[in-house]
Design a protein around this ligand. Structure first.
Ligand code: ACM
Ligand code: ZN
Length: 483
């Protein structure tokens, strides 16, 4: 019998004739193995598990779970020797645009861990909501988590959304991730995508004017002011507040889609540029990200940014850059030539908030995980990320259906890198593993929807594009010119 596994293990060796004893005889950490490597042996006298760490042993157990789901008690004798190509295999969930309840988030995390995704990029702050209880700045959740109306895209409603995770819930989710071998990467997007922050604390924007939490999707002009020292004091205290909750190695500080119109006319921003010898507004963003990074480094953290933060060409080389757009003017390439590292999450392949008619399962599987130009710049590509943004995701069924099985495809891309077997092999194995989704109670997209025929793809595309009016598109284009 052909046994399907996802991510496909690097090596599967056939064993003796006859069935294996299903009892686990031994599970041990072997310090001589790589931290994510494991060996799983199914033998006549039982099952042996060895891994380079506790997490690697969990990987072996996930592989075993897939084998058991297909073979029941008639386990074949075999040995799996496995380990990932990329150490960075993250999944991102936007809990700001629409709040994802803690229980649902755990369900998504558990499913992701099953496929050996190892980092949860938790996006909890954006224009449309700040979603974590904050001790030092309580207005963030008292004002920033309350949205009067939901007018994102085609959807129009006066319903309120007034929800955030309590600190207790955050701790619980972080601990839950830890048990599953998943590292949490919190993100506070700065200096842009901060309407909900400025709704609570308007004094840290250039204009200082009170603005409401956004009820529409888009890119917005009010961003944090790097001309004011108070802004940095605020950010540092806010980070202190969050570092108590997130003990992991990494912290994402955003940096995408920050229109600089108000910086351009702000006397304090201009003064800062002059004093610091910064020639462009993009360099001013680099300066700001570097100051925040220096603070986080002093607390032992490694910082990640979206690739626009590298446009100024002055980003701290220790910063990890997450590529989602084109590498405008080869800024990421230059960053990597200076020793910088990157995570690949290109919209066309990695964004699971688009319907399958725009981003098919095949598109996700066929991500170029080591883009040619960047791979040349050294071996600084850490891995990949799959994402879901939730402007147009208002219920958990859509969340799950959009993510699964696309997140599983991304997991295999990260695990096998360029050595993967090809989409048709992946698709056949995914079909055989559908019981996994049933077991975890996940609403996955049905097989016929994975790679929709042209007519259906066109229909889904047209339906989705109704979310973007001609004015919205024009506005986004205008904003992109000033980023
Ligand atoms: C992004 O999609 N704005 C990173
Ligand atoms: Zn300013």
């Amino acid at each position: 019998m052909q046994i399907s596994m996802i991510p496909e293990p690097k090596k599967i060796l056939a064993g003796e004739e006859g069935y294996a004893d299903p009892a686990i005889r031994e599970k041990k950490v072997n310090p001589d193995m790589g931290g994510e490597e494991y060996r799983l042996q199914l033998k006549k006298d039982g099952i042996w598990i060895e891994g380079g760490s506790e997490t690697a042993c969990l990987y072996a157990e996930a592989t075993l779970e897939q084998i058991r789901l297909q073979c029941k008690d008639e386990l074949p004798c075999l040995t799996v020797e496995d380990g990932p190509e990329h150490s960075w295999r993250s999944f991102h969930i936007d809990c700001a645009r629409h709040f994802i309840p803690a229980e649902e988030l755990k369900k998504m995390i558990r499913m992701s861990a099953h496929f050996k995704l190892n980092k949860f990029h938790w996006h909890f702050s954006d224009d449309q909501g700040w979603r974590i209880e904050c001790k030092r700045f309580p207005l963030l959740h008292e004002i920033g988590a309350v949205r009067r109306g939901d007018h994102m895209g085609n959807y129009d409603s006066d319903e309120t959304e007034d929800r955030y995770y309590t600190r207790e819930q955050v701790r619980e989710i972080v601990a839950f991730c830890g048990e599953l071998g998943v590292e949490v990467i919190p993100e506070v997007d700065m200096p842009g995508h901060v309407t909900a922050v400025l709704a609570a604390y308007p004094q840290y924007g250039c204009r200082g004017e009170r603005i409401p939490v956004e009820t529409q999707a888009g890119i917005f002009r009010d961003i944090l002011c790097p001309g004011k020292e108070e802004t940095f004091a605020f950010i540092e205290q806010l980070l202190d507040d969050l570092l108590e909750l997130f003990p992991g190695n990494y912290f994402h500080i955003g940096g995408d889609e920050a229109p600089k119109e108000y910086w351009s006319s702000c006397p304090l921003c201009r003064k800062r540029m002059k004093e610091e010898g910064l020639e462009t507004l993009q360099q001013l963003q680099g300066y700001m990200e570097n100051r925040i990074t220096a603070y986080l480094k002093s607390k032992g953290r490694t910082v990640i940014v979206w690739n626009e933060a590298a446009y100024g060409g002055n980003l701290d080389p220790d910063t990890i850059v997450q590529l989602w757009t084109d590498d405008k003017e080869n800024r990421l390439g230059e960053h990597m030539e200076r020793g910088g590292r990157a995570v690949i999450s290109i919209v066309k392949n990695c964004y699971c908030d688009y319907p399958y008619g725009i981003t098919s399962l095949r598109d996700v599987y066929e991500l170029e995980d080591c883009p040619e130009g960047l791979a040349k710049a050294g071996n600084g590509i850490l891995g990949t990320e799959c994402l879901i943004w939730t402007e147009h995701v208002r219920d958990v069924k859509r969340l799950e259906t959009f993510c699964w099985p696309r997140f599983a495809a991304s997991a295999e891309v990260g695990w096998r890198g360029q050595d993967r077997s090809g989409y048709l092999s992946f698709e056949a194995r995914m079909k055989a593993l559908l019981p996994v989704f049933e077991k975890y109670g996940i609403h996955a997209e049905k097989v016929s929807g994975w790679v929709p025929a042209q007519e259906e793809a066109d229909r889904q595309k047209a339906e989705f594009e109704k979310n973007f009016s001609a004015e919205d598109r024009q506005e986004v284009e205008k904003m992109q010119e000033i980023i």
